[in-house]
Design a protein around this ligand. Structure first.
Ligand code: ATP
Ligand code: LTN
Length: 344
């Protein structure tokens, strides 16, 4: 984590963090290492708000009952990973109407040309050519609303989301230039290791929970046997040398396994390389598999316990929505007043 971003503000006022994951599928090891794991470390130092981004999820067609179920599972997983509902605000995006409301206003301050450049839009519209809906196109505007509503200072995300953070900053700066200091300008917060975990089958592509090939990703819900099997059958190269060369695509598979090992053990890639120098891929893969299983095991234990307690989970998200609404409403009122809506 970038230490320069440690709270240096007024002693009594913690800086604010906002982030979220879409309940769009089984949460992957990439989501965990690139995002959720790092949120845990931030909760003592910052005021943290973490949401289940269900409104973003419907930009791609979902089965309603599944979406509802996965939203709760995601909340249980956040808590199982160590996010403490006593310290953080945890809520479901659709339970705070301010997101859609600010999203609409910001739509009117965002240009088509800016949105057309977004990589995620280009990727997803290619993958879902039969459903290129307007929501998929304006996705980054809703994401900007999510962040700006809370006067967020930092947004911890994986590298794939940095383009969305940039457009959020542009929209906020444009709005502030017109109306004065309405929004805090947020910054993305990247982790050093785990910021981009790649597919196990096509290691030049990011590991994605919506990948149609289940061998390409590790789900946090996979049984331990299949986690090990997927890692052992990960695509590598024929060179047979354990070296970390992030700029070399022919080493993408090994680079990725080294990154995964680094992220789960907290070691540096160079340390791992020297530990395994001269050894074959087989031994290394077995050790990576074991390290990943050991990282996932305690989370799964907690998850299995928490997911059964629906009343507890309901208490957490209801409570979270109430607090989130209260904070967001202050920003929304300010925005409505600035653009000329009658607010009393
Ligand atoms: P989808 O496949 O449905 O687009 P996704 O797996 O890309 O989903 P998101 O919900 O878009 O996941 O992302 C949640 C968080 O996880 C974001 O902060 C994102 O940057 C991070 N993340 C997603 N995939 C990876 C990955 N492969 N490596 C590291 N971080 C990732
Ligand atoms: N776009 C993100 C999910 C997301 C998000 C946010 C992350 C929606 N709104 C606000 C951080 C802050 C994704 O696909 N990972």
């Amino acid at each position: 984590m970038d230490n320069e971003t440690v709270n240096t503000g007024a002693a009594d006022k913690k800086k604010r963090i906002f982030s979220g994951v879409q309940p769009s599928g089984n949460i992957t090891l990439g989501n965990y290492l690139g995002a959720i794991k790092n949120w845990v470390a931030l909760q003592d130092e910052y005021e943290c708000i973490y949401a289940m981004m269900d409104m973003h999820t419907i930009t791609v067609r979902q089965t309603p009952a599944e979406l509802r179920k996965r939203t709760l599972e995601l909340l249980a997983l956040y808590i199982a990973c160590g996010i403490d509902p006593e310290k953080c605000i945890l809520f479901i995006q659709s339970q705070n109407s301010a997101h859609a409301e600010l999203g609409w206003v910001l739509d009117c301050y965002t240009y088509m040309g800016e949105l057309q450049r977004m990589t995620q839009f280009k990727d997803k519209s290619a993958r879902h050519a039969d459903n290129i809906n307007a929501g998929l196109f304006t996705y980054p505007v809703l994401m900007a609303a999510d962040i700006l509503l809370y006067q967020t200072d930092y947004v911890p995300v994986g590298i794939d989301q940095m383009q969305h953070i940039e457009i959020c900053r542009d929209i906020a700066q444009r709005f502030n230039a017109l109306y004065g200091n309405v929004f805090t300008i947020p910054e993305g917060l990247l982790v050093k290791s785990g910021a981009k975990i790649m597919s196990l089958q096509e290691p030049t592509k990011k590991m994605s929970k919506s990948d149609p090939n289940p061998k390409a990703f590790i789900s946090m819900m996979d049984d331990f046997g299949s986690i090990a099997k997927k890692i052992k059958s990960a695509v590598t190269d024929s060179e047979g040398v354990i070296e970390y060369r992030p700029e070399d695509d022919t080493k993408a598979g090994i680079n990725n396994l080294i990154s995964i090992m680094a992220a789960v053990t907290g070691k540096k890639p160079e340390e791992i390389v020297s530990e395994y120098s001269g050894q074959g891929y087989g031994t290394f893969k077995s050790d990576v598999a074991e390290a990943v299983v050991e990282a996932v095991r305690p989370i799964r234990g907690e998850y299995d316990r928490i997911i059964k307690d629906k009343e507890y989970l309901r208490g957490v998200y209801r409570n979270g929505a109430e607090t989130a609404h209260r904070i967001a409403d202050r920003t929304l009122k300010k925005v409505y007043k600035k653009v000329g809506f009658v607010i009393d």
